[in-house]
Design a protein around this ligand. Structure first.
Ligand SMILES: O=C(CO)[C@H](O)[C@H](O)COP(=O)(O)O
Ligand SMILES: [Fe+2]
Length: 216
């Protein structure tokens, strides 16, 4: 069954605990946490203390998407704060393989992510180290943007490689502009985990929004 990861970037930060419990009760599988440093992306969001604060209030895995330069310098801190999956941008770390090893050594699931402008082939050499591969379907930095259809080909490619190679055991996750309509295209391309911020948190009926995205 397709997993749904609501992105708290679109939640009401003044009531973050309540917002997380709400989507947990309404069927979420992961809590997606967008960390932005104002350098790798042109926006600043939340960081280590927020991850630490939300860990104890949910039983769902914290899916931490690091949109920061040199994420290797913060892997240990995010792991200790309670991250379940730490996902780093290929574009943001000089030694991707080493950074994934660092994550693994912390006992946390390893994730790797690429921007819409980055070809998926750059990931092939490290795919056996990844528990999760995230395809950005918008340029990272902001919620509420339109889905970029050209990114679907990358999902298809990752799914093909996974079927061809038994050492590739990653989940394929998609992030950005996911709604009922684009979710169906992602699923058909091979995605396992769908991140959605606006389409869930801004919906009048979050349970229905989650179900519609999952079953689209
Ligand atoms: O990583 C992100 C932005 O950089 C967010 O996870 C993503 O944008 C989710 O928001 P929405 O579903 O509203 O597009
Ligand atoms: Fe994200």
């Amino acid at each position: 069954m397709t997993k749904i990861a609501p992105s708290i970037l679109a939640s009401d930060f003044a009531n973050l605990g309540t917002e997380i419990k709400d989507v947990e009760q309404k069927g979420a599988d992961y809590i997606h946490v967008d960390v932005m440093d104002g350098k790798f992306v042109p926006n600043i969001s939340i960081g280590i203390p927020v991850v630490e604060a939300i860990g104890p209030i949910t039983s769902l895995p914290l899916d931490v998407h690091l949109m920061i330069e040199n994420p290797e310098n913060y892997v240990e801190a995010f792991a200790k704060a309670g991250a379940s999956i730490i996902t780093v941008h290929q574009e943001a770390t000089a030694h991707l393989h080493r950074t994934l090893q660092l994550i693994k050594n912390q006992g946390v699931k390893t994730g790797v992510v690429i921007n819409p402008g980055t070809p998926v082939e750059v990931l092939k050499p490290i795919l056996s180290e990844a528990d999760l591969v995230l395809i950005m379907s918008v340029n990272p930095g902001f919620g509420g943007q339109d889905f970029i259809p050209a990114t679907l080909k990358k999902i298809e490619q990752l799914d093909t490689w996974r079927k061809e190679n038994e050492t590739f055991t990653y989940e394929i996750e998609v992030d950005g502009g996911v709604n009922e309509e684009t979710a169906s295209r992602c699923k058909h391309a091979g995605a396992d985990v769908l991140v959605a911020g606006s389409a869930i948190f801004k919906s009048g009926n979050r349970q229905e929004a989650i179900e519609k995205i999952r079953n689209s």
